[in-house]
Design a protein around this ligand. Sequence first.
Ligand code: ADP
Ligand code: MG
Length: 225
Amino acid sequence: MLIELIDIRKYYDSKRYRVVALDGVDLKIDKGELLAIMGKSGCGKSTLLHILGGLIGTSDGTYLYQGETVDFKNKRKLAEFRRNNVGFIVQDFALIKEKTIYDNVELPLNTRNLSKLKRKEMVNEMLEKVGLEDKIWRYPYELSGGEQQRVAIARALIHNPKLILADEPTGSLDDENQIIILKMLKEVARKGTTVVIATHDIAIARECNRYLYISDRKIRETELL
Ligand SMILES: Nc1ncnc2c1ncn2[C@@H]1O[C@H](COP(=O)(O)OP(=O)(O)O)[C@@H](O)[C@H]1O
Ligand SMILES: [Mg+2]
């Protein structure tokens, strides 16, 4: 088992009121799983992914990653956890628009102790895998949405993270690019990477090994139609 969440709660507090986003989530995720998290807009999918990725803290509960408690209070260790373990893919790609495709993909390697030559090899290889080796010196705005998402995937995968979190990664893409993106995520899962996809698309969920719903701020294991 890679991940175990035990009775996770997440509140967003403002001065006047509290939003309860997750209220007692229990979840186990195995290594190499391709898991879809479904549910209505606002049900807490992004919140759950952000917790899994160590991007936001929990209000209560325990997050075990490879059997060890993720300590959300220790900012330095948390940043290290993210860098070492997590690749994040979001709906609007979140590429840095002032940087070339090369620089965007290289980003997760910058904190590693790797030679420039080695990094270059890795970036080239990754961009080849996503079929964008000819776009290496372009800028994000020169690419189509599907191509930008492939760059975002290359960036998420380049440091070989154990956990890929994809937050509605195909939401803004046409059918052809949806299929390409899903195929890539399936392939990394087959190689042992754990992939969690938040989606409201049943067709995407059907392609996964397992799917769960969030409703009433809790996880439900229901049959898909
Ligand atoms: N930073 C935030 N501050 C306050 N409320 C938030 C914040 N982020 C999310 N929420 C609220 O938490 C709930 C779950 O949101 P979210 O996790 O984004 O759902 P989903 O990704 O399923 O659409 C929603 O009611 C949303 O409005
Ligand atoms: Mg969301």
